[in-house]
Design a protein around this ligand. Structure first.
Ligand code: NAP
Ligand code: GLV
Length: 333
């Protein structure tokens, strides 16, 4: 089989070894981008030329021009992530290129991280650490570092899919009331899960915590903006493990500075990566971690393994374990 396979980053051996073995047995060359930083767009396109399959990460802009640069040999784009907002899925479909992703295996890890952020924000963990570092801990203080309760409070989940549901399960264990919003969620389906379905406006105005779990699409881009933030309680906390672009960053900085909402905890940001001197990093009431939702050893191994399996199946012309069905366009963050 002529051509080559392009893997755009070093991925865990659970996946890379599978790709290497497939290349060896099928006579395909392996083009592997080994830098710590992802390839710049022009190099990404250049390296893809003549590839039969590419294994991508969410850092790569995979648009129509990329596909045309790769050429007619390209059969499959296998993304090592569930989110595919960096890929023009419609352009791939139009060219007969299959797109794969890695849903499910990262659900629990990402839900854990969302809940870790929720707890860290509610109980002001990072402020507590800084309090000690700055020599403020001179006594047990009845009025210092008071946070929010979880028990009896309301969690609003925007995007009630795999991860949203997994977060809801955790919340019920903490005796929280859960309100969920998704376009197709019915009251009956929500009730079966022990949660309430509500529209976005109601969810934002009634929730003490709002956790985002929708994909990034043209519809959800900047869904959380000055207008929607204004609907939230001044005591509410926003958790984002979805995509940075779902939140209008400037509006969030304003809201956190002016007491429109109490706090935010973010795994994803816009821009991403977030510069160390970004205004969000200077706010006491904002926690930011560097897009680590799926970052456990086991989860990343499973993601890499599925991405490799999707890649191999696509090159062979076989059905993928997980093929992306939606004909979405590339979404600008
Ligand atoms: P999923 O199972 O497809 O769930 C997404 C849910 O969002 C669906 O139930 C969908 O339901 C809902 N949704 C879609 N458009 C919406 C809209 N306009 N308004 C409200 N809800 C909407 O996906 P998942 O596996 O849970 O992953 C969700 C997202 O999490 C991914 O797309 C990715 O961006 C992000 N993620 C981040 C990390 C991380 O490391 N931080 C890790 C994994 C995933 P309806 O169709 O009924 O609206
Ligand atoms: C991570 O952000 C993913 O979409 O898998």
């Amino acid at each position: 089989m002529p051509g080559h396979i392009f893997v755009t980053r070093i991925i865990p051996a659970a996946g890379l070894d599978r790709v290497r073995a497939f290349c060896a047995e099928s006579g395909l060359a392996l083009t592997l981008w080994e830098d710590r930083l992802p390839p710049p767009y022009s190099i990404l396109c250049e390296q893809a030329r003549g590839a039969v399959g590419v294994l991508t990460t969410l850092n790569d802009r995979i648009d129509a021009a990329f596909m045309d640069a790769a050429g007619e040999s390209l059969r499959v784009i296998s993304q090592m992530a569930v989110g595919v907002d960096n890929i023009d899925v419609g352009a791939a479909a139009a060219r007969g290129i299959t797109v794969g992703n890695t849903p499910g295996v990262l659900t629990e890890a990402t839900a854990d991280l969302a809940f870790a952020l929720l707890l860290a924000s509610a109980r002001r963990l990072y402020e507590g650490t800084r309090y000690i570092e700055e020599g403020e801990w001179i006594t047990w203080d009845p009025t210092a570092l008071l946070g929010g309760d979880l028990s009896g409070s309301t969690l609003g989940i925007v995007g009630y899919g795999r991860i949203g549901r997994a977060v809801a399960r955790r919340a019920r264990g903490f005796d929280m009331r859960v309100l969920a919003y998704s376009r197709t969620l019915t009251a009956e389906a929500a009730r079966r899960d022990g949660v309430e379905a509500g529209d976005l406006e109601r969810l934002l105005s009634e929730s003490d915590y709002v956790s985002l779990h929708c994909p990034m699409t043209p519809e959800t881009r900047r869904l959380i903006n000055a207008d929607t933030l204004a609907l939230m309680k001044p005591t509410a906390r926003l958790i984002n493990t979805a995509r940075g672009g779902v939140v209008d960053t400037e509006a969030l900085v304003e809201a956190l500075t002016n007491g429109v909402i109490a706090a935010a905890a973010l795994d994803v940001t816009d821009p991403e990566p977030l510069p160390a001197d970004h205004p969000l990093m200077r706010l006491e009431n904002c926690i930011v971690v560097p897009h680590i939702g799926s970052a456990t050893v086991g989860t990343r191994d499973r993601m890499a393994s599925i991405a490799a399996a999707n890649l191999i199946a696509g090159v062979r012309g076989e059905p993928l374990l997980h093929a992306v069905q939606a004909a979405g366009g590339l979404v600008k963050p």
